[in-house]
Every structure is written in C-alpha cells, then in structure tokens.
Design a protein around this ligand. Structure first.
Ligand code: CP
Length: 308
C-alpha cells in the first residue's frame, strides 16, 4: 500500500485502510525501541520542528524520541521561549520556521484548526499534536495500537470513554478512530461534560456511568480539564470522583480483564483511583510506549516512506 498523505491533521481524514497501515507500520517499528542501540538511519538528513504552544510531556517527548530513533534532526519551540512572547503571530512564526526548510512541523496549539490553517499555507508537512478540544490523532492511533495488541482486534469491541468529553480532543479522535475500525464507543460523564451532537461522530451516550460500563472491553478515563473550563461543571472534585471516578467497584461492571486506559496526565483519585491506574489491567504505560512507535510510523509515512 502507498501512503500518499503529506499531513496528519485528524482521524477524520483517515479511512480504515489508512489506520490499519499506520498501525501495522507502528508495530513493525516497535522492535527498534527494544534494541541496545535504539536508532536506525531511515530518516537521516531529514528535519522535524516541534512547535508546542501548550504544555506536554508524553506527546512532545515521544515525537522527539521517534524522530531521533529514525535519525532525523529535531528542533523544539515552546511558546514561553519563542518570539511569540514578543507578539509574533502563529503564521509568521511558522513561515520563519518553514524558511529553514524542515520536512515536517509538529504543532500543538490551544486553537482548534491551527494545524489545518498552517497546512494550507506551508510547503512542508504538518502533524496535529493536539488542537484545542478538536483532535489529537496520534493519541487515538496509539490507543488503537494498544487495544489491538492486548485484545487482538478492535472490531466488535465495546469501548467506554468516561469523563470530560466536551473539552477532550482525545475523546473526539478516539470516537472517530475506534468506530471507523468497527468498535462500539459509549461515552459517559456528567451531562455538563457531554457536548450536544457527539452522537454525530458515531458515539452512543449513556449518562449513567455504571450502566455504560456494563460489558465494556475497554475503559478509558479522561482527565478533568480544569484549564479549559470557564465555569465549574460539577460541584467538587470529590463528588466527581464518587459519581464518575473509575474505582475497583465500578470497574467490576466492565468485562473481566477489561483494559484500563488513560491518555495522561492523570488526576489521581479524581477520574481514576490509584488502585485502578496501577492495577493489573492498566495499560496506561503501554499506551505511552506505543506513542513512540506510532509517531515513528507517522514521521516515516508522511516523509514518503509509505511504499510497502
Ligand atoms: N496524552 C497527552 O497528550 O499527554 P501530554 O499532554 O503530556 O502530551
């Protein structure tokens, strides 16, 4: 199969074959991270610029690690240490970076659509590393790879996403991705955190978390995003934890051995009880490890390595 895309802006742009091809390519890159010398020459001489206007641990480090493991050169720009603090616009910033001839720009930005805006105006490829509450496609791909590895398939599974759906780009990308691959996605949480029309993306809504979790193959808890909430959407964190947090008792509603997932960072004791986050069914750190393989695959494919 040939992967002809130049940008990764959202899961909405990927069909089932594209997703399968990315996951297969990522799986083939996993062994590089098991080697003593974790480096292959595949992208030697290519360069990737990471522009992060929002904080990140997992996405930023894993994109950088992925690029370096493929021998690409990486350059990082954060809002706080760039000329954005002097008033430079996003487009001027990106155009100046483009003038230095990178092959790809990876961008995280608080505004939905910022990566799309750049992709229309730049000659290099653009990867969306999270745009506001819109999409976080590489996260959904690493989540799908993790489920496929542990359960052997995605088709026919029941995936329950629990928490702050309204502010979650991870939820949007995962709903699009898992449904496209044939899973049933149910979202649950306080009514104030479930956006109207989320069913149009393919998700079912069940406001009762205990009922939603019945028979789940995968339980994905989401972080309460206080930084994106203009007003409090529930009385207290303690009440949220009691009514919507995933604890051992609530997890029993799901299938025996259901996978516990979280994109991170976790508010421990709020959306996830530590006994669940660190329990035997948690695959949270596998998600992180798979982030490197998925991002290696994306860099490789978007830089023209898609002929197999
Ligand atoms: N999952 C995720 O996007 O984590 P970071 O914000 O740390 O990158």
């Amino acid at each position: 199969m040939e992967f002809k895309k130049r940008h990764l802006l959202g899961i909405e742009d990927l069909d089932r074959d594209n997703i399968s091809f990315i996951l297969e390519t990522a799986a083939s890159f996993k062994e590089v991270s098991q080697r003593l010398i974790k480096k292959v020459p595949t992208l030697r001489g290519r360069s990737v610029v990471l522009i992060f206007y929002e904080p990140s641990t997992r996405t930023r480090v894993s994109f950088e690690m992925a690029a370096k493991r493929l021998s690409a050169d990486t350059f990082s720009l954060s809002k706080a240490t760039s000329s954005v603090t002097k008033g430079e616009t996003l487009l001027d910033t990106a155009k100046n970076v483009e003038a230095m001839a990178p092959d790809l720009i990876v961008i995280r930005h608080p505004a939905a659509g910022a990566p799309h805006f750049l992709a229309q105006r730049l000659s290099c490829g653009v990867i969306n590393a999270g745009d506001g509450a819109h999409e976080h496609p590489s996260q959904a791909l690493l989540d799908m790879l993790t489920v496929k590895e542990h359960l052997g398939r995605i088709e026919g599974l029941k995936i329950v996403i629990l928490g702050d759906i309204s502010h979650s780009r991870v939820a949007r990308s995962n709903i699009l991705g898992f449904t496209r691959m044939g899973a049933r996605v149910v979202v649950s949480g306080p009514a104030t955190m479930i956006p109207p029309g989320i069913e149009n993306l393919g998700a079912q809504v069940d406001l009762n978390p205990d009922r939603a979790l019945e028979g789940a193959d995968v339980v994905m808890a989401l972080r309460i995003q206080k930084e994106r909430q203009d007003e409090s959407l529930f009385p207290t964190l303690r009440e949220y934890s009691i009514h919507y947090g995933v604890n051992l008792a609530r997890l029993k509603r799901a299938k025996e051995g259901a996978l516990v997932m979280h994109p991170g960072p976790i508010n421990r004791g709020v959306e996830l009880d530590p006994a669940v986050a660190d329990g035997p069914y948690s695959v949270i750190l596998d998600q992180v490890a798979n982030g490197v393989a998925v991002r290696m695959a994306l860099l490789f494919l978007l830089m023209g390595g898609g002929k197999a």
